[in-house]
Design a protein around this ligand. Structure first.
Ligand SMILES: Cc1cc2nc3c(=O)[nH]c(=O)nc-3n(C[C@H](O)[C@H](O)[C@H](O)COP(=O)(O)O)c2cc1C
Length: 165
């Protein structure tokens, strides 16, 4: 499908129970975390999906040496328990894939994604940048980042394949 189809379903998930972000580092370690923040659009003339990950997340460690990632959206109302688990437990302490019995599939360029999700974006990691405290509005800083130095890292993913199952 075209990357922009079903954008409303992506937004609905992000506004609700979230979507899964699957990250795999250069050593092959895989982790799944829940995200509520992401953007889809055009940058550098390419279809890009950006995700925002706090440096405190294990996912951040993996993405720093990753070649790609995927964002996987379950069917409406499904996998709520899994979303809650992946959004509260850290891969630093738990093997979330094993604990939940999640099935991973390999897509384009070896990008891993979750079987059983309805909407999947496979992405090549195309760039990263740390949000700068001084570039953010005071209200945003006090609400979201009262005491952290690097607010979120933004990872840019070039969409290699967007698929509806
Ligand atoms: C609905 C929901 C949305 C979330 N969105 C984000 C997000 O966009 N970015 C982020 O850094 N953490 C987000 N989190 C928090 C992480 O999912 C959570 O801290 C997770 O345990 C991190 O896992 P990890 O340490 O294995 O990477 C969200 C949590 C929930 C429940």
């Amino acid at each position: 499908m075209k990357y922009s189809e079903h954008f409303d379903r992506l937004c609905e998930a992000l506004e609700g129970s979230g979507a899964f972000l699957v990250a795999q580092d250069g050593k092959g370690r895989v982790n799944v975390m829940t995200i509520g923040w992401a953007q889809l659009g055009i940058i550098w003339g390419l279809p890009i999906l950006t995700v925002l990950v706090r440096p405190s997340r294990y996912t951040h460690v993996l993405l720093e040496s990753a070649a790609g990632f995927s964002v996987c959206v379950p069917k409406r109302g499904e996998l709520k328990k899994e979303l809650a688990y992946c959004g509260s437990k850290s891969g630093l302490e738990y093997d979330k894939v094993r604990a939940l019995g999640l099935k991973l599939k390999e897509g384009v360029n070896g990008v891993k994604y979750l079987q059983g999700c309805e909407l999947v974006y496979q992405c090549e990691l195309y760039g990263r940048t740390d949000l700068q405290r001084e570039a953010l509005a005071t209200g945003t800083l006090s609400k979201y980042y009262p005491d952290v130095e690097v607010p979120h890292t933004v990872y840019f993913g070039k969409i290699l394949k967007a698929e509806l199952f």
